[in-house]
Ligand binder design. Structure first.
Ligand SMILES: Cc1cc2nc3c(=O)[nH]c(=O)nc-3n(C[C@H](O)[C@H](O)[C@H](O)COP(=O)(O)O)c2cc1C
Length: 130
């Protein structure tokens, strides 16, 4: 699905989000992401610099959930993730990452196609699809 512009703005402008994954057997994992950008209106790129359990999980189970927040405006973005280690999209992500610092290994790129977005606010819209 297309990400509406107000949510794109929060995704791009806020520095860090939380990425939740699950193993094939349902073991949950939640980690921080800061190396992220939008490839287009429905696709998120996250650069894998240091991922361990996250990487294991996405290779077993492509479903991911990202929690984003700005002040009291909060959303949960769900999607299907592919792990890229070659090709033009990965090369672009690697270049983008390396421009921010050579200490980032940019081992891979998560390409996340957004499938659902929900309100994560603490009000009557909580949990509802946008
Ligand atoms: C503020 C912050 C931002 C982070 N951003 C990223 C990121 O964009 N990419 C990445 O690979 N790791 C990032 N990390 C590291 C991960 O949160 C985490 O330490 C790493 O994925 C290993 O944990 P895991 O075993 O749960 O995957 C970040 C950590 C912090 C504290």
């Amino acid at each position: 699905m297309k990400i509406p512009s107000n949510i794109k703005e929060i995704f791009e402008k806020e520095r860090f989000h939380q990425l939740a994954t699950a193993s094939k057997n349902g073991e949950p994992n939640c980690s921080y992401i800061g190396a992220k950008y939008l490839l287009d209106d429905e696709t998120i790129i996250v650069v894998d610099n240091f991922m361990k359990k996250t990487l294991k999980n996405i290779l077993e189970n492509p479903r991911v959930s990202i929690a984003i927040i700005r002040e009291k405006e909060a959303y949960q973005i769900k999607g299907n993730c592919k792990y890229l280690t070659e090709g033009p999209i990965y090369e672009e992500a690697r270049k983008w990452m390396k421009a921010k610092g050579d200490r980032y290994p940019a081992k891979g790129a998560l390409l996340i196609k957004v499938t659902d977005i929900f309100y994560s606010t603490s009000d009557e819209k909580a949990g509802l699809p946008i």
